[in-house]
Design a protein around this ligand. Structure first.
Ligand code: UDX
Ligand code: UDX
Ligand code: ADP
Length: 458
C-alpha cells in the first residue's frame, strides 16, 4: 500500500506513543513510525502489555499496529524514510552544572537534532513536541542548518496539551491544537502541512497558529497557570483549616464566577506529574536569565506552596496521631500522581511515603496501576515498606489510611469493613477529598480532609 504521508516520531513515551497512535487511527492514509533508543520500550509497544497505562490506548494501538503504525529501534532508517519528524524525547530538569535543578536538560534533544542532521538526505519538517525552553527552535535550526548536503529543514513547534489518564479523549477532542512556525514562505508552508494532518479530525477553528516563540512559551505558561490554580486553592485550604471555612464550598462559590471557572479547583495533597514542576522551574530559570527577578519569584511561589502543602499533610498526620508515628502502620491508598494512570513521576505520594518512613512509621502502599513504579521510587528508602494489591489487605491492622490518589475505587470501598479491620483509634487522612467525611466519622474514624474541619471522636 502507498501512503500519502510518512510520519516519524522520535521518543516512544507518554507523549509520543498516544499522540502517534491517534494520528495513525484518524489518518489511515498516513504511515506513522515511532522509534526509541530504548529497545525494551519498543518491545513492550510491540507486545500485548504496553509500557504505559492509559484508558483507551490499548484499543487504539491494537487497531493500528502493523497496519499504519509501526514501532522500531531503527532511528536512522526512520529519519531517512520519513518527511515529517516529531521529536518527543524527554527533557528532564538538569541535575548538573549551570542551571542544575532548574533548567531543562537538553542533551537528549540535541542528540536527536544531530541524528536528524546526519541521516537526512531529503527535506524534512521537524516538529518539536517535547516541552522546551523558549527559543529552542532557533538552536534546532542552527544545528540543522549546518547540513553539508544542503537538505532543507523547517522547524515547527507543536506542544502537546494532553493530560495523563484522559490522553485519548484529549487527543481526539482537543480544546485546541497549537502550531508555531517561522513566518517566512517556507515556514508557513510547513505549518500548513501540519495543519492538514490535524484537520483530519480537529475542527479548523481549533487549530491555532502563532509565531514559533509564542507557541513554545504558551506551553510553559499553560502548565504554569494550571499549577498556579492548584497552588492557589491549596494555599486557601490551609486558611480554611484555621477558620472553619470549607474548601469545597469556597471552591464552588468562586468557581461559578465565569471569569474564574470551576475546573482545576480541587484542593489536594499537591500536584505531581512530569510537567508542572519541571515547566515552572524552566519558566523561572528563563525569567532569571532575562533579569526578571520579580517575575521569577512570583512563579517560584507556586512550587513553594506545593512543597508546603505536602509537608503540611504529614505534619497534620503527626499532630493528629499524638505526635508520634514511630512503629505505626500507615496505609497509602494510591501512589500514582493522579487517577487513571500508573505514572508516579513527581507524585506527592513519594514525598509523603519518605517522610512517614523518616518518622519511623511502617508504610503499606496499594495502587491499582502504580505499584511497580512505586517499588522503583522507594527502592533506596530506609525503613519498612509493603506493597499490596488488595486495598482491604493493605489496610488491615493499620493505624491510619491516607488517600494519595483520587482513584474512583477508593471512594467505593466498604469503609465499615475497613474500620473493623483498623487499629483503634482509627484515622483517615483524605488527601484528595474524595470521601464523605461525615459518613466515615459516623463509622468510627477520625477524619482529616484537606481544607475542612477535622471530625474527631476525642
Ligand atoms: C498536565 C496538563 O494538564 C497538560 O495539559 C500538560 O500537557 C501536561 O501536564 P498531567 O500532569 O498529565 O497534565 O495531569 P493534570 O490533570 O494536569 O494534573 C496534574 C497534577 O495536579 C496532578 O497531580 C493532579 O492530581 C493535580 N491536580 C489537578 C490537583 O491537585 N487539583 C486539581 O484541581 C487538578
Ligand atoms: C472587582 C471584581 O471584579 C468584582 O467582582 C468585585 O465585586 C469588586 O472588584 P472592579 O474592581 O469593579 O470589580 O473591576 P474589575 O473588572 O474586576 O477590574 C479590576 C481591575 O483589574 C481594573 O483596574 C481592571 O482594569 C484590571 N484588569 C481586569 C486587568 O488589568 N486585566 C484584566 O484582564 C481584568
Ligand atoms: P514524555 O512524558 O515527554 O513523553 P518519556 O520519558 O515518557 O517523556 O518519553 C521519552 C522517550 O524518549 C523515552 O522512551 C526515551 O527512551 C526516548 N528517548 C530519549 N532520547 C532519545 C533519543 N536520542 N532517540 C530516541 N529516543 C530517545
Amino acid at each position: 500500500m502507498t501512503f500519502e504521508k510518512h510520519i516519524l516520531c522520535i521518543g516512544a513515551g507518554y507523549v509520543g506513543g498516544p499522540t502517534m497512535a491517534m494520528i495513525a487511527h484518524q489518518c489511515p492514509q498516513y504511515r506513522v513510525t515511532i522509534v526509541d533508543i530504548n529497545p525494551d520500550r519498543i518491545a513492550q509497544w510491540n507486545s500485548d502489555v504496553l509500557p504505559i497505562y492509559e484508558p483507551g490506548l490499548d484499543e487504539l494501538v491494537k487497531a493500528t499496529r502493523n497496519r499504519n503504525l509501526f514501532f522500531s529501534t531503527n532511528i536512522e532508517q526512520g529519519i531517512r524514510e520519513n518527511e515529517i519528524i516529531f521529536v518527543s524525547v524527554n527533557t528532564p530538569t538538569k541535575t548538573f552544572g549551570t542551571g542544575a535543578g532548574m533548567a531543562a536538560d537538553l542533551q537528549y534533544w540535541e542528540k536527536t537534532a544531530r541524528q536528524i542532521l546526519e541521516h537526512s538526505t531529503s527535506p524534512k519538517i521537524v516538529v518539536e513536541k517535547s516541552t522546551l525552553p523558549v527559543r529552542t527552535a532557533q538552536a534546532m535550526e542552527r544545528i540543522l542548518n549546518t547540513s553539508q548536503n544542503h537538505v532543507r529543514f523547517d522547524v515547527l513547534s507543536n506542544p502537546e496539551f494532553l493530560a495523563e489518564g484522559t490522553a485519548i479523549n484529549d487527543l481526539k477532542n482537543p480544546d485546541r491544537v497549537l502550531i508555531g512556525s517561522r513566518e517566512t514562505e517556507e515556514g508557513l508552508k510547513a505549518r500548513n502541512t501540519l495543519v492538514e494532518i490535524y484537520a483530519n479530525w480537529v475542527p479548523r477553528e481549533k487549530i491555532l497558529t502563532t509565531n514559533i516563540w509564542s507557541s513554545e512559551l504558551s506551553k510553559l505558561v499553560s502548565n504554569a497557570f494550571l499549577a498556579q490554580r492548584v497552588s492557589s486553592i491549596n494555599a486557601i485550604s490551609a486558611l480554611c483549616e484555621k477558620t472553619e471555612a470549607d474548601i469545597s464550598e469556597v471552591a464552588r462559590a468562586i468557581g461559578t464566577d465565569s471569569r474564574i471557572g470551576s475546573r482545576f479547583l480541587n484542593a489536594s495533597i499537591g500536584f505531581g506529574g512530569s510537567c508542572f514542576k519541571k515547566d515552572i522551574l524552566n519558566l523561572v530559570y528563563l525569567c532569571r536569565y532575562y533579569g526578571l527577578e520579580d517575575v521569577a519569584d512570583y512563579w517560584e511561589g507556586v512550587i513553594k506552596i506545593n512543597g508546603y502543602q505536602q509537608e503540611r499533610f504529614v505534619r497534620n498526620m503527626l499532630t493528629a496521631m499524638f505526635n508520634t508515628l514511630s512503629g505505626k502502620r500507615i496505609c497509602l491508598f494510591g501512589f500514582a500522581f493522579k487517577a487513571n494512570t500508573g505514572d508516579t513521576r513527581e507524585s506527592p505520594a513519594i514525598y509523603v511515603a519518605r517522610r512517614l518512613l523518616e518518622e519511623q512509621a511502617e508504610v503499606v502502599i496499594t495502587d491499582p496501576k502504580a505499584l511497580d513504579n512505586a517499588r522503583i521510587d522507594l527502592a533506596d528508602a530506609r525503613g519498612t515498606v509493603h506493597f499490596v494489591d488488595d486495598p482491604y489487605e493493605a489496610a488491615r491492622g493499620c493505624h491510619a489510611i491516607a488517600i494519595m490518589t483520587e482513584w474512583a475505587l477508593y471512594g467505593e470501598l466498604d469503609y465499615a469493613r475497613l474500620y473493623r479491620q483498623a487499629e483503634k483509634p482509627a484515622f483517615i487522612f483524605d488527601g484528595r477529598n474524595i470521601l464523605d467525611p461525615r459518613r466515615c466519622f459516623e463509622l468510627g474514624f477520625n477524619v482529616f480532609s484537606i481544607g475542612k474541619r477535622p471530625l474527631t471522636h476525642f
